[in-house]
Design a protein. Structure first.
Length: 203
């Protein structure tokens, strides 16, 4: 697990919950997916700080690090869409941290909602930040909101490592095995071309 704690002045939270989430993500995700999880956090955090938004950094970080773990073989559900399985994983993980039920529910909610319709920041800022971060990193949506220097420093710290093609394959697999899931709807709607054409992969 890497030791980097800051990118372009954006830090990661300290404490046991953040360290545990980072450890688990690094242990179960391959390096490309691990980097994606961290880039999603940094994109979302940078977006919030640019706008002076107050948000729960620990909750957001833990959710960002766990949000795609249900795409990995140990946690992949044969029946549930990966984001719903990921929400259950988050509830189990945060129970181990001793989080109260309401906070465990929030971690699960962020993960489920990152694959749903846009959530306005004034309604749920942490869910919006996870949507911002994952959308920018996966399909390039909203990249213009981030300076070229920030994008370069982030990708320099956490390289893409063929992430786009590998992630498209994961979504195709979800679509094949779980018809009607959100990943399947994206694949059917031509999302793959946006993911494979993400400007982050062009330097």
């Amino acid at each position: 697990m890497d030791k980097l704690t800051e990118v372009a002045g954006i830090g990661v939270p300290e404490g046991h919950a953040a360290r545990a989430a980072r450890l688990v993500c690094a242990e179960y995700a391959d390096e490309a997916l691990y980097h994606h999880s961290l880039r999603s956090y940094f994109f979302g955090a940078a977006w919030a700080e640019e706008r002076g938004l107050d948000y729960d950094r620990e909750l957001f970080f833990v959710s960002a690090l766990l949000h795609d773990l249900a795409l990995t073989p140990p946690f992949d559900s044969h029946a549930l869409p990966f984001e719903e399985a990921g929400g259950h994983l988050a509830r189990v993980f945060t129970a181990g941290l001793g989080w109260p039920d309401a906070r465990r529910d929030r971690a699960a909610e962020l993960i489920v909602l990152h694959m749903r319709d846009d959530v306005a920041p004034e309604v749920d800022v942490e869910s919006h930040l996870l949507q911002v971060g994952t959308s920018a990193d996966v399909s390039g949506t909203g990249l213009d909101a981030f300076s070229p220097s920030f994008r370069a420093e982030l990708v320099g710290a956490y390289p893409r490592l063929g992430f786009a093609a590998a992630f498209v394959d994961l979504f195709r697999d979800q679509a094949r095995r779980k018809p009607g899931c959100a990943a399947g709807e994206l694949v059917a709607g031509g999302w793959e071309s946006r993911a494979l054409g993400n400007g982050l992969d062009r330097g």
